[in-house]
Design a binder for this molecule. Sequence first.
Ligand code: CS2
Ligand code: MN
Length: 356
Amino acid sequence: MKMVFRWFGEGNDNISLDQIRQIPGVEGAVWSLHDISAGAEWPCSRILEVKKQCEESGLNIDVVESVNVHEDIKLGLSTRDKYIDNYRKTLKNLSKAGAKVICYNFMPVFDWIRTDLHKKLSDGSNAMFYDKSELENISSDELINRILESSGNFTIPGWEPERLSVIKNTFKAYEGFTEEKLWSNLEYFLKCIISVAEEYGIKMAIHPDDPPWSLFGLPRIVSNRNNIKKLLSLVDSEYNGLTLCSGSLGSNKENNIPELVREFGKRIHFAHIRNVRIYDNGNFIETSHRTKDGSLDIYEILKAYYEVGFDGYVRPDHGRHIWGEETRCRPGYGLYDRALGIMYILGIWDAITRNK
Ligand code: CS2
Ligand code: MN
């Protein structure tokens, strides 16, 4: 298991590479060129710039999260081929710089969704929260405004200004869109990409839908065991793999994360570890990583990774905002709680390893 930590880039993160390298066990930065629009080719010069910054701090750039997929690819428009072509070029450029794994997602319009980015917990910390009935009664416009108002000066992944500026049109484009269409467009994309990824030695790792159910009438297809199995069989190659995000899939109680790890272990290239507490009414909140604090058994999840011989990358996913950090950090991406999460994950991992 190789520990990595998400970093939003120079001038775009309140957390420095030096802080990251001082968290025990961290070997690499999980990075992206956040200012480049989905569909554009990533220039080698920009990639090498990040490589230099990270390596000067003793961190590798093995994992990229995300190379976003242009909406036209998800929609299957005739313009998709030029964006797919750019995607292939980006894979090539990234492989030349030494990247090994690329996380991406195939969710229409939005990436992850919450109704409250700073929900107060009883200990005075706060965390991202999803209120089911509230979401059912809010319009997508209201939700967007709310997210923008509470994200401070930060752009947040999945809610980039470039995406939001065209969101009304994007929504229109998906009118009447079905799961079947999304499947066939994903298949088309994978068939164009995976052989190239193989050639360049880059493992593709799709991120599941967060939360793993349909919202605002938009289809979502990476949400449970059966559709993950289907997606892996669309192109049956090791290079067509998964980012297994415990908190995304785990907010649906039907998803048994340790079982998913055991079943798909060989195809998981990147593990996102996050705990969530699920309430009876379907609401959920992101908690500390500790098993006792949430509904997921982080110990069992790590045991499953150990049993399948997992040697891929892992990062703590979102954390709470603690010790007064919420006004300074990007929602979900403070330093302290994620660093604590790492120590919990590594503590369990070391104990399991020593015991065997
Ligand atoms: C991440 C996702 O912040 C998060 O929840 O896990 O935004 C993730 O980066 C994307 O879905 C990957 O494409
Ligand atoms: Mn995740």
